[in-house]
Write a protein that binds this ligand. Structure first.
Ligand code: ASP
Length: 291
């Protein structure tokens, strides 16, 4: 049997960039010492990606339409789950999500409550904004600037978008990890969201069953347009099918459901692991054979 750490760096990149992304994610996966706890391994990998401004998570997170940064993150092991929703001004949302799971009776903490909880535990104030995020917001706002609706506010322009998913086709670069160590499963996810979005918007990443699911049969994590992934409970569906057919087939079938919407998943089961996306997605993989 082998121990596995599998990472993704978000779906939606051009195919020409996938090799580079794979190299980077592979080196992140290999830098993680696997140890004996699958949650430690998944969280460590996500922390590295949150601290790397190239990813849309932690430092480097995308901005809301009002210029603020609110991040979602979650962790899970079989029977337990913790997440933070729209948390602000912390360096590593995934660590706070883990604390929600391990130190509170709750599963989810949102907004200022999540920030207060983090401060109570000693998480310092941190500004995750970057030049890249500012430029990305500017590009998004420019594209919302439809001359036909000049009298509308930028908010109403965003809200009148019926093709939200198509509009966001290149903007998903959430990070996630699934792991299996000594036959135990874990997963961790972190994101700044899918820009442009309204302040307060929550994606799939901190919703159990939507962008993350861990159960007795394995661990599954998703990336893509959170609204569509949530409506489908994508990760729960994949987990429930594990064991009925090859994992790869399950992922292809489930991601295949999304037509104009970009989506990608990574998963581990007791004896398989894999990934599938309908647009470019970087992957990092570390396998330690135990036999
Ligand atoms: N799923 C994330 C969200 O909608 C975006 C992503 O995968 O990059 O918040």
């Amino acid at each position: 049997m082998s121990n596995i750490l599998l990472l993704h760096g978000g779906v939606g990149i051009e195919n020409s960039l996938v090799d580079n992304a794979n190299r980077k994610l592979d080196s992140i996966a290999h830098s993680v010492i696997m140890g004996s706890d699958p949650l430690d391994a998944a969280v460590k990998a996500v922390v590295i990606m949150e601290d790397d401004p190239d990813f849309n998570a932690g430092t480097g997170s995308v901005m809301r339409i009002d210029g603020s940064i609110q991040m979602d993150a979650s962790v899970a092991i079989p029977g337990r789950f913790g997440s933070v929703l729209a948390i602000e001004s912390v360096k590593n949302p995934v660590l706070v999500a883990r604390d929600v799971m391990e130190l509170t009776p709750h599963t989810m903490l949102a907004g200022d409550g999540a920030v207060k909880f983090a401060r109570m535990l000693g998480y310092h104030e941190h500004n995750p904004s970057t030049e890249k995020a500012r430029n990305r917001l500017k590009t998004a706002l420019d594209s919302l600037n439809d001359p036909k609706s000049e009298s509308h506010s930028k908010y109403s322009k965003l809200m009148s978008r019926t093709d939200f998913a198509t509009f966001l086709k290149d903007s998903c670069d959430t990070v996630g990890a699934v792991s299996r160590i000594n036959d135990r499963f874990a997963a961790a996810v972190s994101t700044g969201g899918a820009s442009p979005m309204l302040r307060g918007r929550i994606g799939d990443s901190p919703i159990f069953g939507s962008g993350i699911y861990v159960g007795e049969k394995g661990a599954v994590v998703a990336t893509g347009i959170g609204e569509d992934i949530s409506r489908r409970l994508l990760c729960f569906r994949i987990h429930e099918k594990i064991g009925t057919k090859p994992l790869q087939e399950i992922m292809e079938e489930e991601v295949g459901f999304f037509k104009d919407v970009i989506a990608g998943v990574i998963a581990v089961s007791a004896d398989e692991h894999g990934y599938f996306a309908n647009k470019g997605m970087g992957i990092g993989l570390k396998i330690e054979n135990m036999d």
